[in-house]
Design a protein around this ligand. Structure first.
Ligand SMILES: [Zn+2]
Length: 72
């Protein structure tokens, strides 16, 4: 099991969503938005599977996708 990670748009730090899943499951998750309380900045962030990645796994998103999320 690996933790799903997102990048905090406020601190630009990688933070865990506290959701753990298998890579095979992660790739099949629907692209829905979820809300999480960010441990890095203390705010709530909306994130999607498309902007998340698994800790220790190759990144599935590129920096362009990340910058779109950060600007939203
Ligand atoms: Zn944050």
């Amino acid at each position: 099991m690996s933790s799903m990670m997102i990048r905090c748009p406020v601190t630009d730090r990688e933070v865990s969503t506290a959701i753990e899943t298998e890579p095979s499951v992660f790739r099949m998750l629907p692209k829905v938005a979820a809300l999480m309380h960010c441990p890095a900045c203390g705010q709530d962030h909306t994130w999607t599977v498309g902007s998340a990645w698994l800790a220790g796994e190759p990144r599935l998103v590129d920096e362009i996708a990340l910058s779109k999320v950060a600007a939203a």
